[in-house]
Design a protein around this ligand. Structure first.
Ligand SMILES: NC(=O)c1ccc[n+]([C@@H]2O[C@H](COP(=O)([O-])OP(=O)(O)OC[C@H]3O[C@@H](n4cnc5c(N)ncnc54)[C@H](OP(=O)(O)O)[C@@H]3O)[C@@H](O)[C@H]2O)c1
Length: 177
């Protein structure tokens, strides 16, 4: 399974503030939905709480070190039956590779690490491909940032046209190892 990371980051790597996103970009939300639907998504507990529900048409794997009830750990839970908890990143990737769910798409066989900051930091060295929405702004008031990374380790595989929305411009960029 290809391990992918998907994030929308500002030029100063800002990601979020007060457990929320910094912008509302409808084309980015559509892009995120199109890429991740049918695939497992891995997120931190805070990001999950900020969304407030499992994302439909995806297997939602939530990382937490807090004890979960036995039926939730590595098992199906949640009203839509597409929510799992994992206590390590390794376990999350193993569940992503092995757990069947309705609507699963195996071609391409991918899972997506979808934040937040602490999960990106840990998962970045393990991911094969980065889907970054590069938002051309700086947000020094943010409280969560994408980790600094060595761009020379990556190849730019594609860069979209420039999008403009809500007084912001952005590119969809895909990086490979
Ligand atoms: N711009 C974007 O693309 C984007 C995407 C996603 C999120 N965000 C933003 O990022 C912010 C949230 O990021 P964050 O760093 O504060 O929180 P987070 O990464 O979403 O969640 C952190 C929590 O994940 C759990 N965790 C972390 N590492 C773990 C590990 N190795 N094993 C098990 N559990 C682990 C812990 O949960 P417990 O405390 O329960 O143990 C930890 O408190 C929000 O502002 C959100 O809007 C932005």
């Amino acid at each position: 399974m290809e391990k992918c990371l998907i994030a929308a980051i500002a030029d100063d790597y800002a990601l979020g503030k007060d457990n929320n996103l910094l912008w509302h970009l409808s084309e980015d939300l559509k892009y995120f939905k199109r890429l991740t639907s049918g695939h497992p998504v891995i997120m931190g507990r805070k990001t999950y709480e900020s969304i407030g529900r499992p994302l439909p048409k995806r297997l939602n794997i939530v990382l937490t070190r807090k004890a979960q009830t036995p039926d939730q750990v590595g098992g199906m839970a949640g009203s839509t039956g597409n929510l799992l908890y994992a206590s390590t990143l390794e376990e999350a990737f193993a569940l992503a590779a092995s757990t069947p769910f309705e609507g699963r798409v195996d071609e391409p066989d991918q899972c997506f690490v979808m934040g937040g900051g602490s999960i990106y930091e840990q998962a970045l060295p393990l991911c094969d491909k980065l889907f970054l929405t590069e938002v051309h702004t700086t947000r020094p008031d943010a409280d969560t940032f994408f980790p600094a990374f060595d761009r020379s380790l990556y190849r730019e595989l594609s860069r979209s046209e420039l999008y403009a929305e809500n007084h912001l411009t952005y590119h969809f960029v895909i990086y490979g190892r």
